[in-house]
Write a protein that binds this ligand. Structure first.
Ligand code: ADP
Ligand code: MG
Length: 231
């Protein structure tokens, strides 16, 4: 909780109230698993992060002015270490081409998540004027906008409430292992929903937060993207 407070206070000190993957530590502080990785501001530094990660990496542009990174070609998946230097420069060029005055924090270099074994879900937090902090759960990734398969509860939520949220969505059978799919680790999903609902409850300064996707795999979950707005 203290670590989370420090991260949020640092954010409030800046004049920008939108944060992205550079705030992933917030999730770590609340015990939500994230892939190994870091945000860096030079191609050399990106290379050294990639050297510390086994196998190819994912690289993402980090900018408060770019909300949907993949829309502008700002996410590169499966980058080999020897290509990391050039990939960094290419990501920055793409961001400049998209919006010449975009402020660029840097590039995130992240361990690859196994999307084949898992399901992309979304966890969202926001604040309702009447009910206060709310937590949202649903199918994530590119499906979230298209299928709108989501459910909402008032935070903080209990374990049975979190389980209910999972069963509320139409994709629940997918997570439970329908049609020979490997079932997702639902205990980990429940725990994550509870932890994030607690985060919303503890910090009224968080106006909005999205983890999209939260990859729900057979052996736990991984939060691979984050976006939030602070007061
Ligand atoms: P944005 O939502 O801003 O476009 P994301 O970080 O969510 O950026 O990345 C977009 C998509 O790229 C994800 O939904 C996922 O399919 C894929 N992706 C991102 N990070 C990883 C990762 N670490 N491992 C595997 N796939 C990833
Ligand atoms: Mg995303």
């Amino acid at each position: 909780r203290e670590r989370a407070r420090e991260i949020l206070e640092r954010a409030e000190d800046r004049d920008d109230n939108r944060l992205g993957v550079e705030a992933m530590e917030l999730l770590d502080a609340y015990g939500v698993p994230t892939p190994e990785g870091d945000v860096v501001d030079s191609p050399k530094a990106a290379e050294s992060v990639a050297e510390g990660i086994d196998g190819p990496v994912v690289m993402k542009i980090v900018s408060p002015d770019i909300l949907h990174k993949s829309d502008i070609g700002g996410v590169k998946v499966g980058v080999e270490t020897e290509d990391v230097y050039d990939a960094y420069e290419d990501l920055v060029t793409r961001a400049h081409n998209y919006q010449p005055d975009a402020s660029i924090t840097g590039v995130q270099v992240q361990e690859m998540a196994d999307l084949d074994a898992g399901t992309e879900t979304i966890v969202g937090l926001n604040r309702d004027p009447q009910f206060g902090p709310m937590v949202l759960f649903g199918l994530g990734g590119i499906f979230v906008e298209v299928l709108e398969d989501t459910t909402v509860k008032i935070a903080p939520i209990s374990e049975p409430e979190a389980t209910e949220m999972i069963d509320d969505i139409q994709a629940a059978p997918l997570l439970r292992g329908a049609r020979g799919r490997t079932p997702a680790d639902l205990d980990a999903v429940v725990e994550t929903l509870q932890r994030l609902s607690q985060l919303a409850t503890d910090f009224p300064a968080i106006l909005e937060l999205d983890v999209n996707p939260l990859v729900a795999g057979p052996d736990g979950v991984q939060a691979i993207d984050l976006r939030l707005t602070v007061d």
